[in-house]
Write a protein that binds this ligand. Structure first.
Ligand code: XBP
Ligand code: MG
Length: 255
């Protein structure tokens, strides 16, 4: 295995718990704006998370849940409009500080920066959403900490396709053996493993029962020295939280 050269971070569910109290709320607000009586409950949203990408998720809802909805002639345009309103609500929510980073995320990123470790964002979410989270939850100048922000429709095939990871590595001039991915979901690990990346998983409420076969390790959170993680699968040695020493060790020992 090569020396570790870069950390590739998923955003939703990994850096912050954005789905239930962020994206879901913003979708529902956009539905109200449009005069629709649709409301995605936390449970319903869990089902809809099967599909990544907001526009794709609205279409999936119409295909599988609200199958009797009378579709407008230009469905693509209708969905695009709903999704644009959703993005406005979501970025507004984040600008109010509604969603904090998950435990240990800031500590790990700070440690990586001190080491000069290269970092990228690799996500299916809209670029404006990444910017809002990084600026409001991490630091005002934190966009510049990431060499590449690979997000949204930049590749046509979203996760679980590997394309977005392939794109990020190509932009950085790196190979999978140089990098490690951080993910929280089945679709995420399918994407990162499809790109041949060792992957660290931190689960969340929606993904706790997902299949993470092949992960370098599965943790409940990155954790802090005084608020340690629980190791759900794999070996963390004596570590109490996910620090750069453990990240390097996981990268080294993952075939
Ligand atoms: C994240 C997603 C995103 C968000 C919505 O998946 O599925 O679609 O829910 O984002 P991952 P947009 O964490 O695997 O990247 O509405 O901006 O598409
Ligand atoms: Mg995710």
């Amino acid at each position: 295995m090569n020396e570790l050269k870069a950390l590739l971070f998923d955003v939703d569910g990994t850096l912050a718990d954005t789905e239930r109290d962020g994206h879901r709320i913003a979708f529902n607000q956009a539905f109200v704006d449009a005069g629709l009586d649709w409301e995605w409950s936390p449970e319903c949203y869990g089902q809809l998370l099967t599909v990544t990408g907001g526009k794709e998720r609205i279409r999936y809802y119409l295909d599988t849940v609200n199958t009797t909805f009378e579709r407008p002639a230009d469905l693509d345009d209708f969905i695009r409009g709903l999704h644009a309103a959703k993005t406005t609500h979501y970025t507004q929510l984040l600008s109010e500080g509604a969603i904090p980073l998950r435990s240990g995320v800031r500590r790990l990123i700070d440690e990586a920066r001190v080491e000069g470790m290269r970092m990228a964002i690799v996500t299916t979410t809209t670029p404006a959403n990444v910017e809002a989270l990084l600026i409001h939850a991490l630091a005002p100048d934190s966009m510049s900490w990431f060499e590449v922000i690979a997000a949204g429709d930049i590749v046509p095939a979203k996760k679980p396709a590997p394309d977005i990871y392939d794109f990020a590595m190509q932009e950085m001039g790196l190979t999978p053996a140089d990098c490690i991915a951080f993910e929280d979901s089945r679709n995420g690990i399918l994407s990162s493993q499809g790109a041949k990346l060792a992957t660290i998983i931190t689960i969340n409420g929606y993904t706790a029962n997902d299949d993470f076969n092949g992960a370098a390790i599965v943790l409940d959170q990155m954790g802090e020295p005084e608020a340690p993680f629980n190791v759900l699968e794999g070996n963390a040695g004596d570590a109490k939280c996910l620090d750069m020493a453990l990240v390097r060790e996981l990268h080294r020992t993952k075939d």
